[in-house]
Design a binder for this molecule. Structure first.
Ligand code: 5GP
Length: 141
């Protein structure tokens, strides 16, 4: 299937829709997931358009994973997490719901299960406070 540049993440990348951003550079952007599966659930997207991993230019992955690592480390520290889960879905059968390549970064806590995927919307003030915690760690690293 072809990339559709009206998808919600393309609109966030163009600045047409708001997001609680924690990081951006020339290649990638990271912001809070609107329906987090856990505290600090962050999404990392390459700026380069692709529907998902299957149609992406392999040159995308190096810079993208460097940002995923940066966000994984920062979220683990920001929320004093015990570990980090990294997830990425391709096509509806695999759970993908937004069709611009993105990687989920989820701080994990011993004994705490993930909430359902695309479940409940988090309060904006909680997302803003969590984004601020991650930005503060990144600013000091
Ligand atoms: P996917 O299912 O495509 O891997 O993940 C899409 C993710 O984007 C879901 O975790 C969902 O909660 C999140 N999401 C959906 N719409 C929005 C939105 O408008 N803003 C943000 N920040 N996240 C969104």
């Amino acid at each position: 299937m072809k990339y559709d540049d009206t998808n919600i993440f393309a609109r966030i990348l163009r600045g047409e829709l708001p997001a609680h951003k924690v990081y951006e550079d020339d290649t990638a952007i990271a912001f809070m997931d609107l329906m987090p599966q856990g505290t600090g659930h962050t999404l990392v997207l390459p700026r380069a358009p692709s529907r998902n991993l299957l149609d992406a230019d392999p040159a995308t992955f190096g810079p993208l994973m460097a940002v995923v690592q940066k966000i994984a480390r920062a979220t683990k520290e920001a929320f004093a997490a015990d570990g980090v889960t990294v997830m990425q879905f391709n096509e509806p059968a695999a759970g993908q719901t937004v069709y611009h390549l993105h990687v989920h970064v989820l701080p994990r806590f011993e004994g705490v299960a993930l909430k359902p995927h695309t479940g409940q919307m988090e309060k904006p003030e909680v997302l803003a406070a969590n984004a601020e915690k991650i930005r503060a760690v990144l600013a000091n690293s």
